[in-house]
Design a protein around this ligand. Structure first.
Ligand code: AQP
Length: 327
């Protein structure tokens, strides 16, 4: 069975973008693939974090994975920092990555913009992501379009390593949704909706209350021609709302455009808000149940044992090939 792997960093509360770009794809494929989903807490500390909030978000992430439909019977669920092989392998991969390759990562350029004291960890983050993927022989990695480049870097490093030391790593492939590969900020529709942005007016958090969700959607930035159709260049705000509707209703974009072709912007926003509220309310109910049960620790304990065993074997194979150690 092919393996699929995904993770959503607890750098902020999960958003509609996290749901559509990451979790939804894993849910859709969990019957077909051996699915791994983890909490990349080591990635979160590439930018400053409040330790109390971070600890809280780790649990919230897992409860939200389950509430969004990740089945613990069909998925291996684990916490990155509980398996030290991720960072150990990352170092080895760093030593097989060229500066030029790392320098090309556009997400680093975006995330380091307007930020003081950027950490080296933020720069090398894609290499840790390569270790996350290559440690477990992942065949597929569901990602939004912004992370495609990171999966390609993992492929390049894997190929280089395999060529030099013999067949070791599986070549991963990015799985990018046809629609919704980039959900945009409602206030800045040419910018990705990101969970750690300080201005939260354009971000739909999975745990936002109904009133807040409706307010944010009704205030979404659009344009002035009052015609509803999909055109990302000319109408980024409206196209984003249509994308959200298409992803949450599972309707093709053509059908969504047809449905709203005679609507004004107010009606479109109201229908998007209704659908978002319905989706999020269901998730929130389940989330509360999972948070108050012991299931989060249960699944993380099970996942930890399983992945440590797999990672140990892979890491020992790698160190042997490199000539590290005494035996
Ligand atoms: N807005 C989005 N649209 C589509 N996909 C998205 N993803 C995140 N936001 C969107 C996808 O979700 C997966 C997990 O991403 P992540 O949380 O580990 O990292 P990220 O891409 O850095 O997400 P954020 O929200 O932008 O986090 P911060 O603010 O901390 O940088 C990935 O596949 C991602 O593409």
């Amino acid at each position: 069975m092919k393996r699929l792997l995904t993770g959503l960093q607890p750098s902020g509360d999960l958003t509609l973008g996290s749901l559509i770009g990451g979790i939804k794809q894993s849910v859709a494929y969990q019957n077909e693939y051996d699915s791994f989903i983890f909490v990349p807490d080591l990635h979160a500390i590439t930018v400053p974090q409040d330790p109390t909030l971070l600890k809280m978000r780790i649990k919230k992430n897992v409860a939200l994975y389950l509430a969004c439909g990740i089945d613990p019977e069909k998925n291996t669920i684990y916490l990155q920092s509980e398996n030290l092989y991720h960072t150990n392998l990352s170092w080895i991969l760093e030593c097989h990555t060229y500066m030029g390759e790392a320098n090309r990562m556009t997400q680093f350029k975006d995330k380091s913009k307007n930020r003081e004291n950027v950490s080296v960890g933020l720069f090398t983050y894609p290499i840790l992501m390569a270790a996350d993927i290559l440690l477990y022989d992942a065949d597929f990695v569901p990602v939004g379009i912004d992370q495609k480049q990171h999966v390609e870097l993992a492929r390049d490093i894997a190929l280089r390593f395999n060529n030099k030391y013999g067949d070791t790593f599986t070549m991963p492939e990015p799985l990018i949704p046809k629609v919704g590969a980039k959900i945009m900020d409602l206030q800045h529709p040419t910018k990705k909706m990101s969970k750690s942005d300080e201005d939260v007016k354009g971000i739909l958090f999975l745990l936002d209350e109904e009133e807040v969700l409706r307010k944010k959607i009704m205030a979404a930035v659009t344009d002035s021609d009052n015609k509803v159709y999909y055109d990302v260049e000319a109408k980024p705000g409206i196209s984003n709302l249509l994308t959200i509707y298409s992803c949450l209703s599972n309707m093709e974009m053509k059908e969504v455009e047809e449905k709203f072709k005679d609507s004004n912007y107010g009606n479109l926003k109201k229908e998007v808000a209704d659908l978002v509220v319905e989706t999020f309310t269901n998730i929130q109910k389940k989330y509360q149940e999972y948070m108050s049960s012991g299931i989060v620790d249960e699944v993380l304990n099970q996942g930890k044992m399983k992945v440590q065993e797999i990672a140990k074997q892979r890491f020992e194979e790698v160190t042997k090939k490199l000539g590290l150690g005494r035996y």
